[in-house]
Design a protein around this ligand. Structure first.
Ligand code: BES
Ligand code: MN
Ligand code: ZN
Length: 506
């Protein structure tokens, strides 16, 4: 991954392939953002005018490359748009910095070293620029570059040097270290999501988790298909039994101390969702390798919490299965006995996420954590409701749902609170079993949430994040969001764990 350094060097004197400056939209044209004074000086104070002539306005997403004038060590200047300039004496928002840094890192793919002279006024800005740059530099190239050159596709920006982020200041150093650990884990989640499903089977995912656990002092336990049958995990087995790649339930345990609060995270890990016997039509299954994004987010969040030594216990549950049609597959009409003992009539085998999650939620509940959050690419209905960039939050506790929404806002992830209307429950009544895995079509995302709620232990605070929209980005890259797996919700989960550790929540 891209390396990160903090530098005290001046923008004019640092040796780099390019120097990145910020340009914002002012009332009368583009304005050069603070941090770029030395660069502007090398342009005789005319950088804003030059940029305007080149058509730059300072809008978000803009990237303008210029050859450097005499007086700058770096041969290229890259001006990235920050959006509207803040009011007098105001600071740039964290998300504007993150996105501009991401746009810059992407525009400099292939370069060895870039110096970032974006406006940094405090440690939070250092974190934002570092996160944006490290996340924006990401590219998934493991399957490009020819058979004998695995992973030799296009190179990413190799080193980011942050100027203006005081390397000897404890807060700035800590912010940069946190950003690096977080970005590395988010990029690892992205790699898992982008890995094709013929390679990332449930078994392969479990092996990656076991290896990471060893590396970071996290206890990892894996239940294989034999243990799952023996344990009565009818939901996970019911979904996974149609595939030649058998399911797994992985438990990751990061323990800070016995007295600390415990947050349980549960992730939907369908390594490929064909729909099963209720097969998805062409046009709906091409990106379904992304259906393990919830499990990838949970995995990344637990590892990040451990690396950061957060003062909270975090348990991660990865419910891994491949949803395939075959002679052994669950049929529409079958009844499964879930780990909780409840029976489920499977009316549609494509509503599989709630089945694997139901088992994992009940298992997680047995340990009586202070809170449970599940993360899943659960419903197309949530994408219809909120679009491709916003995840839905449902919960059995209004304050908890609000807290997660606010945390997501703070870390730069778009989300929206959604209800769990009780009247939608009866649509899942089954003549044969305790509940059916489908209900009314209207409000399908909320129906799925109500199904999950049935498998949350009595009295446990719980929230459900439906990340079906933002988990996988099919459009052109923007800001620090690449094509493909995004790592949606990891930053929210890590900040939530931090807050619980601070005693603010749970
Ligand atoms: N994995 C899908 C949901 C999904 C859709 C994720 C689009 C990402 C993008 C899920 O398993 C599914 O198929 N849900 C069905 C449920 C329905 C059959 C009740 C859906 O949303 O159509
Ligand atoms: Mn499905
Ligand atoms: Zn699915």
């Amino acid at each position: 991954m891209t390396a990160l350094t903090l530098s005290t060097a001046g923008a004019a004197t640092l040796r780099a392939d390019a120097i990145v400056v910020g340009v914002a939209k002012g009332a009368k044209g583009p304005v050069v953002a603070p941090g770029a004074e030395a660069v502007d000086k090398a342009f005789d104070g005319k950088l804003a005018a030059v940029l305007e002539t080149l058509g730059a306005a300072g809008a978000e997403g803009e990237a303008t490359k210029l050859p450097s004038p005499a007086g700058l060590k770096a041969p290229v200047v890259l001006a990235v748009g920050l959006g509207a300039a803040p009011k007098k004496d105001g600071a740039y928002g964290a998300e504007a910095l993150r996105r501009a840094a991401g746009t810059a890192a992407r525009a400099l793919a292939g370069a060895k070293k870039a110096a970032f002279a974006l406006p940094i006024s405090d440690a939070a800005d250092t974190a934002a620029v570092a996160e944006g740059a490290l996340l924006g530099a990401y590219a998934f190239t493991a399957y490009q570059g020819g058979a004998d050159a695995k992973g030799s596709g296009k190179a990413v920006l190799a080193e980011v040097a942050l100027l203006g982020a005081k390397p000897r200041d404890k807060a700035h150093k800590a912010a940069a270290e946190r950003a690096l650990a977080l970005a590395e884990e988010i990029n690892r989640a992205r790699d898992l999501i982008n890995t094709p499903p013929n390679d990332l089977t449930p078994e392969a995912f479990a092996a990656v988790a076991s290896a990471a656990g060893k590396e970071h002092g996290i206890k990892v336990q894996v239940l294989d298909e034999k243990a799952l049958v023996k344990g009565g995990f009818g939901g996970i087995m019911g979904v996974g039994q149609g595939s030649t790649n058998p399911p797994r339930l992985v438990k990751l345990t990061y323990t800070h101390s016995r007295n600390a609060k415990t947050l349980a995270l549960v992730g939907k890990g369908i390594t490929y969702d064909s729909g099963g016997i209720s097969l998805k039509p062409a046009g709906h299954n091409e990106t379904m390798k992304c259906d393990m994004s919830g499990a990838a987010a949970v995995f990344a969040a637990v590892v990040a919490a451990a690396r950061l030594g957060l003062p909270v216990n975090v348990t991660g549950w990865l419910a891994l299965a491949e949803n395939m049609p075959s002679g052994n597959a669950t049929r529409p009409g079958d009844v499964l006995r879930m780990y909780s003992g409840k029976t489920v009539e499977v009316l549609n085998t494509d509503a599989e996420g709630r089945l694997v999650l139901g088992d994992a939620l009940w298992k997680a509940s047995e340990e009586k954590p202070d809170a449970i959050v599940d993360v899943a690419t659960l419903t197309g209905a949530m994408v219809l409701a909120l679009g491709n960039r916003t995840f839905g939050i449902m919960a059995n506790d209004d304050a908890f749902r609000t807290a997660i929404h606010e945390i997501a806002d703070e870390v730069g992830e778009q989300s929206w609170p959604m209800p769990l209307p009780a009247e939608l429950r009866k649509g899942m009544d089954s003549p044969t079993a305790d509940i059916a895995n489908m209900g009314e079509r209207m409000g399908g995302g909320l129906v799925a949430g109500l199904f999950l709620q049935e498998f949350v232990g009595e009295g446990i605070t719980w929230a459900h994040l439906d990340i079906a929209g933002p988990a996988f980005h099919e459009g052109a890259p923007y800001g620090y969001t690449p094509k493909g797996g995004t790592g949606s919700s990891v930053r929210t989960l890590v900040k939530l764990a931090e807050r619980m550790g601070d005693g603010d929540l749970g």
